[in-house]
Design a protein around this ligand. Structure first.
Ligand SMILES: Nc1ncnc2c1ncn2[C@@H]1O[C@H](COP(=O)(O)OP(=O)(O)OP(=O)(O)O)[C@@H](O)[C@H]1O
Length: 366
């Protein structure tokens, strides 16, 4: 307490400074400052010190003062954890085409209308309940049929790092979400992108994409290897390793971890560390994509053979950069940085596709 009061006394400037150091929790048993010329206010009764000489502590000025924010704290990239929201388009061409054929055609005929009219009716029933307010918030309102219910309310979800509307492009998402992580990774800083959401919400589409709309993984690999081959010699000394594994959990059973690389086996978790995960050395984006594609195929096959309705599968891809020896020197910057990409698959995934050899998205095998 003595120390604190002395500190307050030493603050003589009536002007509010731009930076203020607020000392909290001073050491309780702090030694008394050796005797100086400064009067001891705590024992003022035993001294001739006059409290009128003490300059007023400018508490009001400090409280009113607007501290200028530093450049880094205002930039959204400085946040360690960023949460993005991407809204999936309501109508996906692939599905609408599927609905016109087969059983739907027969049903439309029974109703005495053309399949196209039936489709139109269906589309009319679709109601958009999620609207984008601005780049950081959305409003979720109940469908009209439930609007009288007191229990369901319109809610605003605010504070996202960025909201991508249903018309957002893969490149747009990559530039804002993934590119900063890739740049950091190239500079030696680890990062992670995790796609989360209910089944069918577009996680796999965003992470892997399709040949016409490349997702985050192929775009990241392109940047990493383009950068490596285009820049200075020190970066040519780097080696890149890819590993891919799956954390698989089934209701009523524990979690299992599988190495999805070609000769990978069951893995075990020891004190939060996965033991025995294989890494594959890759020298370009094509090689890296091949390792990931094979892993995705292995994952899909395992999912199809399992009781996928009650299971969840999390696929984790790691790209690690390691410094190499070059002319007797070691490049120190990319100090084993790891870029991790997580794709969480929903329970109904394989029930819908039902085909062992098809991995949806970018990695498709004949
Ligand atoms: N932004 C988008 N633009 C076009 N099509 C999309 C978009 N997002 C998702 N889709 C399509 O929606 C369908 C479901 O998406 P996707 O498989 O990515 O969902 P998911 O969240 O990974 O589902 P699961 O958890 O079951 O694996 C796919 O046919 C996908 O191509």
């Amino acid at each position: 307490m003595e120390r604190e009061e002395k500190d307050l006394m030493e603050f003589k400037s009536p002007q509010c400074p731009y930076t203020i150091t607020v000392r909290r929790n001073p050491p309780r048993r702090a030694k008394k400052t050796p005797a100086t010329n400064a009067p001891d206010v705590t024992t003022s009764s035993s001294t001739h010190f006059d409290t009128k000489d003490v300059p007023r502590f400018p508490i009001e000025e400090i409280l009113q003062c607007q501290l200028p924010l530093s450049k880094t704290s205002t930039s959204e990239n400085s946040e360690n954890l960023r949460v993005f929201l991407r809204i999936r388009p309501l109508d996906i061409k692939k599905n609408s085409k599927k609905n016109v054929d087969g059983a739907n055609i027969a049903r439309s005929r029974l109703k005495g209308i053309s399949p196209k009219q039936d489709m139109k009716k269906k589309t009319k029933k679709k109601e958009i309940c999620l609207s984008v307010n601005d780049t950081r918030s959305v409003t979720l309102s109940p469908p009209q049929i439930m609007q009288d219910s007191r229990r369901v309310k319109t809610e605003v979800y605010d504070g996202f790092s960025h909201v991508f509307g249903s018309d957002s492009l893969q490149k747009e998402v990559y530039d804002r979400v993934m590119d900063p992580l890739v740049s950091d990774f190239i500079a030696g800083k680890s990062g992670m992108l995790a796609a989360m959401g209910p089944t069918g919400s577009g996680k796999t589409h965003t992470v892997f994409g399709c040949p016409r709309e490349l997702g985050m993984v192929p775009r990241a690999l392109q940047k990493i290897f383009n950068c490596t081959s285009n820049t200075c010699t020190s970066e040519l000394t780097r080696s890149y390793y890819v590993s891919i594994f799956e954390i698989y959990s089934e209701r009523g059973k524990g979690e299992r971890i599988f190495d999805l690389s070609s000769d990978g086996v069951d893995l075990c978790l020891q004190q939060s560390t996965i033991k025995g995960l294989q890494e594959v050395l890759v020298s370009n984006a094509v090689e890296a994509e091949a390792v990931i594609a094979r892993g995705m195929l292995k994952r899909a096959t395992a999912m199809t053979n399992s009781n996928s309705q009650s299971s969840r599968s999390q696929c984790i891809i790691n790209i690690r950069v390691a410094p190499n020896m070059f002319d007797g020197k070691v490049e120190l910057v990319p100090n084993n940085a790891v870029l991790t990409i997580v794709d969480l698959a929903g329970a109904e995934r394989e029930k819908k596709t039902g085909n062992q050899t098809t991995v949806r998205g970018y990695y498709e095998f004949p």
